[in-house]
Write a protein of this length. Sequence first.
Length: 95
Amino acid sequence: MVVIIGILAIGLVPKVLDAPKRARDTVRMSDLKNIRLALQSYAADHAGAYPTDVDYVAVDELTDVTAKADLLTYFDSKKIPMDPKGFSYFYKKST
């Protein structure tokens, strides 16, 4: 009986310990999807133009206040998401 409980515990412990990491990853994937959708909506309303390099440092710290306010309107929460650990998501327009 003790052996069976031990075997079950060995199988469950890694899954329980990985749960917070999987939860953070799920939040990150959702956040990135929302950022992608907001940027696509922004581009659709601005003749296909995405925010440029001079418009931002990090997604949550846009230097151009007008662009930041405009981009915020594309998020349901009117707030640009932060990484679950409190870090900024970075966006850089490729040339």
